[in-house]
Design a protein around this ligand. Structure first.
Ligand code: AMP
Length: 198
């Protein structure tokens, strides 16, 4: 198999991927493996925020209610948090971003934050809502925002309204690769890797 890194278009020396998808589309599952294979850090903004909530930091206290309700954290705060983290990750050869950007405003801010933009490739994990609902209902890691049906519905709605416009945003920039996420995990990962080689 051709190594993924060998064929990616490069910005400088980095390999940078952004994953977009509805809750339950597999961004975390595949993001971790992809980052490992590319040899770059994986950054999940959801994990980062949940960690702050769990540790009771000032940031965690600010965002906890948002996470519980399935609402997005304010763009300016997210851009500041991610900007700081990306600065720490500079020089690590790129990144796989899961969960950021999540709005067009964040994507525009990210273009100002990272010279050349945060991604060489944006992978959209396309998944029907009914499949997402089933996956979230069975997700093993016991997240509180997966447990409540109304919160799940709200997150799906927020995804369609706030995040899905990024598909057009990145398609217009020629960066978008769409992958059918309604397949077994191995097949999705294979599809992501072949999308990165396109
Ligand atoms: P996730 O683990 O990606 O599903 O994110 C869990 C929650 O974290 C979301 O429902 C939001 O409340 C918050 N969150 C994560 N990333 C972002 C972001 N880029 N912008 C705003 N809120 C975010």
């Amino acid at each position: 198999m051709t190594p993924v890194t060998g064929t990616l278009r490069r910005i400088g020396t980095s390999t940078s991927v952004v994953l977009i998808g509805a809750p339950g589309s597999g961004k975390g599952t595949h993001g971790v493996v992809l980052a490992e294979r590319l040899g770059v850090p994986y950054l999940s903004t959801g994990d980062l925020l949940r960690d702050h909530v769990a540790r009771g930091t000032a940031l965690g206290r600010r965002v906890g209610a948002c996470l519980d309700r399935g609402e997005l954290v304010h763009d300016d705060l997210m851009v500041a948090v991610v900007g700081e983290r990306l600065a720490e990750l500079e020089g690590r050869g790129g990144h796989v971003l899961d969960g950021f950007p999540r709005t067009v405003a964040q994507a525009e801010a990210a273009e100002r934050l990272v010279p050349g933009g945060p991604a060489e490739v944006v992978v959209f994990l396309a998944l029907p809502d009914d499949v997402a609902r089933k996956r979230l209902a069975h997700r093993a890691d016991g997240r509180s925002d997966d447990a409540d049906g109304a919160t799940v519905e709200h997150r799906l709605e927020v995804f369609h309204v706030e995040t899905e416009p990024l598909v057009g945003f990145y398609r217009a920039r020629g960066l978008l690769r769409s992958v059918d996420a309604d397949q077994p995990p191995d097949a999705v990962l294979t599809a992501i890797e072949s999308a990165l080689r396109q």
